[in-house]
Design a binder for this molecule. Structure first.
Ligand SMILES: Cc1cc2nc3c(=O)[nH]c(=O)nc-3n(C[C@H](O)[C@H](O)[C@H](O)COP(=O)(O)OP(=O)(O)OC[C@H]3O[C@@H](n4cnc5c(N)ncnc54)[C@H](O)[C@@H]3O)c2cc1C
Length: 386
């Protein structure tokens, strides 16, 4: 495999400590959390104490002011261990990033130190029951009332929704203005009128809470607005490449991991007097996957570099997400096949990885939406329909 060149020695040392943390504090309990549908709050506090949350937040806001690769290390180590429960990525990569990038000084000083310590858990509330891919169609309303806004509506599929203390919420302040009517607010989890619905039962990612959220005339001060009125859609669009990159990082990591598990398993398991690895079919399947995994990793790392230089454009990010997430789903399917019946058993990590994988083609912009973005760029100015 081409050696990765983006990490320095300090990242490698950090990786060792994250790996120990994951093995000690997460792996032994993850199956229990899957049954409970949620990870305990104490895990967030421990992760905060260990410096695993929001690594890039500057010291003045209670963080360590490290570079993005430290966040990448945390995400990779979680995915490598199959630890899909802790919603650190949404908290760190999305919510904290929104506040850092678009928040007022007061918002940053209030929320970021708590988020770094794991005392305040973040969620991102965009999707509604009738509007996911087409975000400008959201209906949750924010109506001005003196110095406040009153928020009413409903969100669904919100990760960390049962536990969140702070929510970046997409609303409509002008329902007739389409994308220009979208405004973001920070909504505290203890606001009157805010309630949490079901922790939804899912195909995979069973330890991560995913919720319905309800807003019944939730009063928030105008100072809770994130960005300015009507520019929420634009702000969300600027963060999408980062979100898609994170998904590619996840998928590149899981793809490599399931290939490793499968090499180990098939080298031991026997049938017809030889190991499963001795069948040429096994070698061919794994050789193809490994080749694609290597290509995916190099492309993803290049996107990480571009992102850190402020040069990752939305089309490159969409291509990363599309290619690597599709590979991820292909890899879990083909690897599970090589485990035979044992691969279908929940006690085997490959079964969990298979169930966890399916979401990567849907959330954070579906595969089809990635193709729309790529195709539009290819035919820029040449399509008959706008
Ligand atoms: C486990 C999980 C966690 C999630 N976490 C969050 C979260 O924390 N916060 C949040 O806000 N949301 C979250 N989501 C929601 C997620 O982002 C949406 O499910 C996703 O954006 C797709 O929206 P949808 O489900 O409404 O599907 P729809 O938009 O209804 O799409 C249905 C199908 O139509 C296709 N389609 C849509 N538009 C086009 C088009 N233009 N061209 C071609 N095909 C198209 C889609 O690709 C899909 O296949 C989560 C979802 C899940 C399942």
């Amino acid at each position: 495999m081409i050696e990765r060149s983006i990490f320095r020695e300090d990242h490698n040392i950090f990786r060792e400590s994250v790996r120990r943390f994951v093995e000690r504090e997460i792996v032994p309990f993850h199956a229990q959390w899957e049954e409970e549908g949620i990870v305990p709050r104490e895990l967030w506090l421990k992760a905060g104490e260990e410096g695993l949350l929001c690594c890039t937040v500057q010291e003045e806001y209670g963080g360590l002011g490290l570079d993005y690769l430290f966040d990448v290390v945390v995400f990779e180590e979680l995915w490598r261990a199959g630890a899909s429960g802790p919603g650190f990525l949404i908290h760190t990569d999305l919510v904290a990033t929104y506040i850092l990038s678009f928040g007022t000084e007061a918002q940053k000083r209030h929320w970021l130190p708590k988020m770094v310590r794991g005392e305040a858990i973040g969620s991102l509330g965009m999707t509604e029951p009738h509007a996911g891919s087409d975000l400008k169609a959201i209906r949750t309303k924010a109506v001005q009332d003196g110095d406040d806004y009153l928020i009413s509506g409903q969100k669904v599929f919100i990760s960390n929704g049962q536990m969140c203390d702070i929510l970046v919420l997409a609303t409509k302040t002008d329902s007739a203005a389409g994308a220009h009517g979208v405004t973001l607010f920070l909504v505290e989890g203890d606001r009157a009128g805010f309630s949490r619905g079901r922790n939804l039962a899912k195909l995979g990612m069973k330890a991560q809470d995913t919720s319905e959220l309800f807003f019944d005339n939730v009063r928030v001060p105008a100072t809770n607005m994130l960005g300015s009125e009507g520019n929420g859609f634009k702000l969300m669009m600027t963060k999408l490449p980062q979100e898609r990159l994170a998904q590619a990082i996840r998928s590149a990591t899981v793809t490599e991991t399931v290939i490793e598990w499968t090499v180990d398993y098939t080298a031991e398991r026997k049938a017809f007097g030889q190991t499963i690895a001795d069948f040429q079919n096994t070698q061919f399947v794994l050789a193809e996957l490994r080749t694609k995994a290597s290509v995916a990793r190099v492309y993803t790392d290049k996107c990480i570099e571009l992102f850190m230089q402020g040069k990752l454009d939305p089309v490159d990010a969409a291509m990363a997400k599309m290619f690597v997430c599709e590979l991820h789903c292909e890899a879990v399917d083909k690897c599970l096949q090589l485990f035979g019946g044992w691969g279908y058993m929940w006690e085997y990590p490959i079964a969990r990885a298979y169930a966890d994988a399916r979401i990567v083609k849907i959330a954070g912009g579906s595969i089809e939406v990635m193709k729309v973005i790529i195709g539009r760029e290819m035919f820029k100015g040449r399509l008959s329909k706008k």
